[in-house]
Ligand binder design. Structure first.
Ligand code: ZN
Length: 224
């Protein structure tokens, strides 16, 4: 991750444009953030589309999660981003969106299993599902933090959307795009056999991710 603060802000603006262009968010939905080595987090603002943001609109938070500028409000979901950063030292960027197929899959009766392709197993890594919890409030943020602590890099939020993290904005955004892409494959072929846990673990390790024993998805409960 580039540590030049201006370069990081520009990368966040570009990633916001790319997320908006991907069609995985509508209106003012979705948000992104990146963490600096100092512990400061730069994030998108509350109530604004992630497309076409200006440098002055981005919100910088101190390591305690407070905006440096009192007149700015961060995205309402920034609590989930901060919980992921706290739980996963390797997380340097977080992307939240409302992808149609992935959100639909997140509401399925059975635990979703995206390990139908190598992309589903290794680009996405371990998937987690958190229960429906009201957006923007602490219990949802805490559930996302617990999911990240379990090793999940992609999280389906029931009746809401998805949140992904990575070691860079490109990685976090790429994981979100892969999540939606594979969810569409699963929707097209719901009965497709899954890759074996051994193959899933090997693919992940080959991609430099924890194998997680080849587990496709973990369910995170409301209570710790
Ligand atoms: Zn949302």
């Amino acid at each position: 991750m580039n540590e030049d603060p201006l370069a990081l802000q520009r990368a966040l603006i570009e990633a916001g444009d790319a997320l908006a262009a991907s069609g995985l968010v509508a209106g003012a939905a979705g948000n992104l953030s990146a963490r600096r080595a100092s512990g400061r987090v730069v994030c998108t603002p509350s109530g604004s589309s992630v497309a076409g943001l200006g440098l002055g609109q981005l919100v910088t938070l101190d390591p305690g999660g407070r905006p440096l500028r009192a007149d700015q409000r961060p995205s309402s979901e920034v609590g989930a981003h901060l919980a992921i950063y706290a739980a996963a030292p390797g997380a340097l960027a977080v992307v939240h969106a409302h992808p149609v197929a992935a959100t639909a899959l997140g509401m399925s009766r059975d635990l979703p299993d995206l390990c139908v392709t190598a992309e589903g197993a290794a680009t996405i890594g371990l998937l987690a599902r958190v229960p429906y919890l009201r957006p923007g409030l602490a219990p949802l943020a805490q559930a996302c933090g617990r999911a990240a602590a379990l090793g999940a890099r992609a999280i389906l939020m029931r009746h809401h959307g998805a949140i992904c993290w990575g070691a860079s904005l490109d990685e976090a955004l790429g994981r979100m795009l892969a999540l939606e892409h594979v969810a569409r494959i699963v929707r097209a072929a719901p009965d497709a056999p899954r890759l074996t846990p051994e193959e899933v673990a090997a693919l992940r390790e080959g991609a430099g991710l924890p194998g997680a024993g080849g587990v496709a998805c973990v369910e995170v409960t409301e209570q710790a």
